[in-house]
Write a new protein. Structure first.
Length: 337
């Protein structure tokens, strides 16, 4: 059994997983997550701010200590959409190297593949569409995971739609969004998703435009969808066991979006099930998921607590053990000192 630590730094959250992996399967995984908002202002400025980088570095410094104390044999560190977009991402990469990590800003194709690998562990043999809705982008991946663990991916694409990006473009100018603000946000998301849905033949079986090998299910991961499930169930405290694989209808997602749109950020922060720090970007994320369901024709989604970290743990363990990786990319592993 191999114990690995995986740190993923997204546009909104910085996350740590410490996982035990055996035979290419994660047998135990514990996660920590902190909202650091690395991508704050990146869509407009094209740069990471000093304040945002400072928040992330303080968080990751603590994560390194936690992983070391947990006995992880090695650690990897990935950065995603915000770092891809920022012209000065090399600055934070240098600071992370000073903490003893080997940070890698991964392409959207790799991000989507790793996420699919993690999510599909719960759907062996089924053809599914996985959507990782983050702060700056949404990764869409269609395929299946064989019962022998072989990954069969037909389509992976990263789309520049995320809760922070949508919020900063359309939903942050006033305490309450106007109908026009919401309409423009929906139009932006629809225009971004439509080419990927067409190119990947991502529409649900039985809907107009669905191909013969249409996905059987839509599985969504990321902080927006897990928060929507938690708000819907009024989960206090948050219970990942009740969120994982929970279902939400397209109608219910629309109702939750309408609820969020009717509240100020301060009022949203009081909703049972929602982390107060996520309140500013929650409506933007709900718009993205609502429009994704409309574009793909799915009447229902399943939320997944498995995600990029899960897939990253599998590939990290394979790297340490010198075994073949289930994907064509391998993380750079560092021993924790």
């Amino acid at each position: 059994m191999t114990r690995v630590a995986c740190i993923d730094i997204g546009t909104v959250t910085a996350r740590l997983a410490v996982a035990d992996v055996e035979g290419g399967r994660v047998v135990r995984l514990s996660k920590r997550s902190e909202i650091c908002n690395l991508g704050e202002g990146v869509d407009a400025a094209g740069r990471l701010s000093e304040a945002a980088m400072g928040r992330v570095l303080a968080c990751v410094r603590a994560y390194v200590g936690i992983a070391r104390d947990a006995g992880a044999q090695g650690a990897c560190c990935t950065l995603t959409s915000a770092a891809r977009d920022a012209e000065n991402s090399g600055v934070i990469e240098g600071e992370l190297r000073a903490l003893g990590l080997s940070p890698e800003t991964i392409p959207g194709q790799v991000e989507g593949t790793l996420t699919f690998l993690g999510v599909a562990q719960d759907f062996p043999g089924r053809r599914i569409l996985v959507a990782d809705n983050g702060g700056g982008s949404t990764e869409l991946a269609l395929g299946s995971l064989g019962k022998d663990g072989a990954l069969n991916l037909d389509f992976v694409r990263s789309v520049d739609v995320g809760c922070r990006r949508v919020t900063e473009k359309f939903l942050s100018a006033a305490p309450l969004p106007s109908p026009d603000d919401l309409a423009r946000a929906h139009a932006f998301v629809a225009d971004a998703f439509a080419p990927a849905v067409e190119a990947g033949r991502l529409r649900a079986a039985g809907t107009d435009g669905a191909a013969g090998a249409a996905p059987e299910a839509l599985v969504v991961c990321g902080g927006t969808v897990t928060s929507l499930v938690a708000i819907d169930a009024q989960l206090e405290p948050y219970d990942p066991a009740r969120v994982h694989l929970a279902r939400l209808s397209r109608e219910r997602v629309g109702e939750l979006e309408a609820l969020l749109a009717s509240l100020t950020v301060e009022e949203r922060a009081q909703l049972p099930g929602l982390q107060p720090k996520r309140a500013p970007v929650m409506l933007g994320g709900a718009v993205a998921i609502s429009e994704l369901m409309a574009q793909t024709g799915f009447s229902e989604l399943q939320a997944s607590e498995s995600d990029l970290l899960f897939g990253l743990a599998i590939t990290a363990a394979a790297t340490l053990e010198g075994e073949p990786s289930p994907v064509s990319w391998r993380p750079e592993m560092r021993p924790l000192r």
